[in-house]
Design a protein around this ligand. Structure first.
Ligand SMILES: [Mn+2]
Length: 350
């Protein structure tokens, strides 16, 4: 039986579901869970959802957040569902780093990230060519439950699609054709596009814009010299404790990546957040190398154009950034020629 049929019959047979958000939830994961939850509730299933940490306050306009649970009552559910992630390391508050914690439970994963783990006792459907988990869920569930769709569900899935593509800026080629088709379908179900634009894309707080001023004042430009190309790298950073000062959280802090990404002639944007003795790095490419290759050197997750990783830090953030850039510099010398040949071959063969 095909995987989607197996997932469908697993859902049909089950009565109760536990849906999980990953740590530091982003928009796509949030809306995927809310949309899927609504579709299951409309079939009179019992559904709860769980989060490993407090969601950013940018999500607080949602009433649905009141129902989210942080304590997992292990045996109260027939099936566990992970959407938009496939690594136990994204939900450490539940596993306490014991990878086998969920093994005894039947699980479903629907995701658009590259495969990282193959958890046992799990039905996995993943499609890394999909721009968002929400749009993937729409493609799957329209064949199963189209009669259950309403304006709320369409709005949730449209939100995930428009945020993971950052309002249709990161998709291209076939992926754009696919994304716009889905967007048009969801708008036909009365997805509330204006509400999405107002609540997500035009909702920055005054304090968070002041925070941007600080981050931008620290922005630096550097060149990484390769044998065949000079890479333009832009980076900036902040310390976790600075968020408190501005009364904003990690999600609002990340807005400014998008500003840095828009700078002409830059190949890579690096945004560093220092937390205790480690630092978290967000990477964004404008050039045709896979960010996830780069992040793969470290503890990472990510997509082609965007990736995240975590490193041990020394005491001074300036030195951390310099060390990190040296590591990538070394990486480029070793690996990029090979990747370029792969790219070239792909283009020649197409
Ligand atoms: Mn996603």
């Amino acid at each position: 039986m095909f995987m989607l049929e197996r997932i469908k019959s697993c859902i049909d047979e089950a009565q109760s579901f536990a849906l999980f958000w990953h740590e530091n939830i982003d928009w796509d994961a949030l809306w995927a869970i809310l949309g899927f939850w609504s579709l299951l509730e409309k079939q009179w299933k019992k559904v709860s959802y769980f989060t490993p940490n407090e969601p950013s306050h940018v999500f607080k306009f949602l009433d649905a957040l009141d129902k989210v649970k942080t304590e997992f009552d292990y045996w109260d559910y027939d099936v566990i569902v992970f959407l938009d992630f496939n690594q136990y390391s994204r939900i450490p508050a539940f596993t306490q780093w014991h990878e086998e914690y969920f093994d005894a439970h039947k699980k479903i994963i629907i995701d658009h990230h590259k495969p990282e783990e193959e958890p046992v006792n799990t039905l996995i459907y993943r499609d890394p060519s999909s721009i968002s988990t929400c749009s993937l869920l729409y493609e799957i569930t329209k064949d199963w439950w189209i009669d259950l769709y309403d304006s709320d569900i369409a709005t949730y899935f449209y939100m995930g699609l428009s945020t993971d593509s950052w309002n249709f800026r990161f998709d291209e080629g076939e992926q754009s054709v696919r994304s716009f088709r889905i967007a048009a379908d969801l708008l036909e179900f009365w997805a509330r596009k204006k509400e999405i634009i107002d609540e997500i894309f035009r909702s920055k707080s005054y304090r968070s814009v002041q925070f941007m001023e600080m981050v931008l004042s620290r922005m630096q430009k550097m060149h990484v010299y390769l044998d065949w190309k000079v890479l333009n790298v832009i980076y900036s950073y902040y310390e976790d404790s600075e968020l408190e000062k501005y009364n904003i959280d990690w999600d609002e802090a990340d807005y400014w990546l998008h500003i840095m990404q828009d700078i002409r002639n830059n190949d890579l944007v690096i945004f560093v957040k220092k937390v205790d003795n480690c630092f978290k790095v967000s990477l964004r490419w404008r050039w045709n190398i896979d960010c996830s290759y780069l992040a793969n050197l470290f503890w990472w997750w990510g997509h082609h154009n965007a990736a995240w990783l975590k490193l041990q830090s020394c005491w001074y953030i300036e030195k951390d950034v310099q060390d990190f850039l040296k590591t990538i510099d070394g990486y480029f010398h070793e690996h990029t020629k090979k990747l370029l040949v792969v790219e070239w071959l792909k283009n020649e063969l197409m």
